[in-house]
Design a protein. Structure first.
Length: 89
């Protein structure tokens, strides 16, 4: 399997597995629990900022993964010399 196909397959499986396992509501509950564990109380500005930072970090990670995947999608030049021998007449 070529590296491009392997990367595409892994990316697709990761995407499908990630989407299938956690709903947005579950993600929000996990984020809120994380902010509470840091000592922020729901309804406060600090709690809202904590949730915002978590989401911004998640988006940055997603962008970084997309940039890393772009590396595999770049066109490649393959050089394979072909030797043609002259026929003796």
């Amino acid at each position: 399997m070529s590296p491009l196909r392997l990367a595409a397959a892994i990316g697709l499986l990761t995407l499908v597995a990630g989407c299938a396992t956690i709903t947005p509501e579950q993600q929000r509950a996990m984020d809120e629990e994380e902010c509470r564990s840091y000592g922020f109380r729901p309804g406060t500005t600090g709690f809202a900022e904590c949730l915002q930072r978590i989401e911004l970090d998640r988006r940055a990670e997603r962008r970084a993964r997309m940039i890393a995947m772009d590396h595999w999608l770049e066109p490649r030049v393959v050089y394979r010399p072909i030797i043609v021998r002259a026929e003796d007449d």
